[in-house]
Design a protein around this ligand. Structure first.
Ligand SMILES: [Zn+2]
Length: 441
């Protein structure tokens, strides 16, 4: 672009020649053709080894055409809202502030549920659709935790209020129609499956096999739609998930907290399940930890003692006492009989180093390696990766572009690919200008 600015100074303007129109044309060529569009899709609760359980021809095709990894190293807690917001912002939970699917904020003196749309809960991080919109990259989000919230007072160009009943294929058609528009550069889409079925059946149940094949057919449909729109070979498509899933036993693997403490010590269990954020009565935190210590299969601690590797404790929405269960164990304020009425056989939220909690990852497009498997990245790396693909400045984040660049091919990293088209256009146009000038002189 620096060279472009010099041209009018060095060369005289010939008769019949319009510098302004030429430069406008050049800018258009170099601004839109230089960048590939990006599509980011999450299939909730897609454990990394689901693909080995049944026939998945469409996932297999995408792996052959693109790049994959054994799993993604995701962040704690391995729950939908924290993990999706970590992917979107590149920040760990303690930084972006969505520390769980349910929260209590002592400053707001208010509780958060998944239906909350108040910006004050979300503004600890800047999600990719806001970064992109601020950089004039037209963006559409078809469901993603936080995408309905006016973060920094901004909405992306397209977004939809969450409605689980919207058929999955309808979401695909809409997103492909967005990407088909010349001015659209980023689309983001979320599917609630296979998470919903994983909770119902557990990840190892036979009933999960048709669900996995259903998601495979959905991917096939998305690929067909991209191909029909002429986008399949030009969009950089990232397909991943927020967490895995493990089998739970609500009859035999439950820690019923009221058996050990009463309301004189424990004010509220803000969350329960694989983990529990416990709000003690004033001055009773140490007593609460002591009362629950020594119970098999759960790990109870003061907030300050939460391991650093969880990247969780430095946020006011993490309560003074925290507990997490061994894999498959449930921490509850209800007894096992009540819990069994829910009928769930699967859950997540456990230690993010457990194999079962890790999601899958595949990416395909002009920027990505072909037929390659690389070292696992972290879910915080996705945000800087998408910013890099869109050529925009990322907000401060915990991710590593160095790790994410392992996914990219040499041609792209060397500035080739579509950027070559831009350079080629520039050189061709420059040659044309020189010839044109000589003709007029
Ligand atoms: Zn989830």
């Amino acid at each position: 672009m620096l060279q472009m600015n010099l041209i009018p100074v060095i060369l005289p303007k010939p008769r019949g020649f319009s510098w302004s129109s030429t430069l406008c044309f050049l800018c258009l060529v170099c601004s839109s053709a230089a960048r590939s569009k990006v599509l980011l899709v999450s299939m909730d609760g897609f454990q990394h080894d689901y693909l080995s359980k049944t026939d998945t021809p469409n996932f297999d095709s995408m792996i052959s055409a693109g790049v994959t990894m054994p799993y993604v190293n995701n962040s704690f807690i391995t729950a939908t809202f924290p993990s999706h917001y970590t992917m979107a912002t590149g920040l760990f939970s303690e930084s972006h502030g969505i520390v769980s699917n349910a929260m209590y904020d002592p400053v707001f003196d208010s509780t958060f549920s998944k239906k909350n749309r108040e910006p004050r809960w979300w503004d600890g991080g800047e999600p990719i659709w806001i970064t992109a919109t601020k950089a004039n990259r037209k963006t559409g989000v078809y469901f993603w935790p936080g995408s309905e919230v006016a973060i920094q007072g901004i909405h992306p160009a397209e977004w939809r209020p969450y409605e689980e009943k919207v058929p999955l294929e309808d979401r695909v058609r809409t997103v492909v129609s967005w990407l088909s528009r010349d001015d659209f550069e980023l689309a983001i889409m979320y599917f609630n499956e296979p998470d919903t079925s994983g909770h119902k059946w557990g990840p190892d149940h036979q009933e999960m096999l048709p669900v996995i094949r259903r998601m495979d057919r959905l991917l096939g449909f998305l690929m067909e739609e991209l191909e029909r729109a002429g986008l399949k070979d030009t969009v950089n498509f990232i397909l991943t998930s927020d967490h895995g899933m493990t089998t739970i036993d609500l009859k035999n693997k439950v820690v019923e907290v009221p058996k050990y403490v009463d309301r004189s010590v424990l004010h509220t269990m803000v969350t329960q399940g694989a983990t529990s954020m416990m709000r003690p009565q004033p001055g009773k935190a140490a007593e609460l930890v002591k009362a629950l210590s020594g119970i098999d299969h759960i790990h109870v601690m003061l907030k300050k003692d939460i391991p650093e590797r969880f990247h969780l404790k430095n946020n006011r929405r993490v309560m003074d006492v925290f507990a997490y269960g061994d894999e498959g164990w449930t921490i509850s304020e209800w007894n096992a009989t009540v819990l069994q009425r829910f009928g769930n056989k699967g859950n997540h939220g456990y230690d993010n180093t457990l194999d079962s909690m890790k999601p899958f990852f595949i990416a395909q497009g002009p920027a990505f390696k072909q037929g390659a498997s690389v070292e696992p990245i972290q879910n915080v790396d996705i945000y800087p990766l998408v910013c890099f693909l869109l050529e925009i400045e990322p907000s401060a984040n915990n991710g590593s572009l160095t790790r994410a660049k392992l996914l990219l091919n040499d041609k792209y990293l060397n500035g080739a690919g579509l950027k070559t088209d831009c350079n080629f256009a520039f050189v061709t146009l420059l040659a044309f200008i020189v010839i044109d000038i000589r003709f007029f002189i």
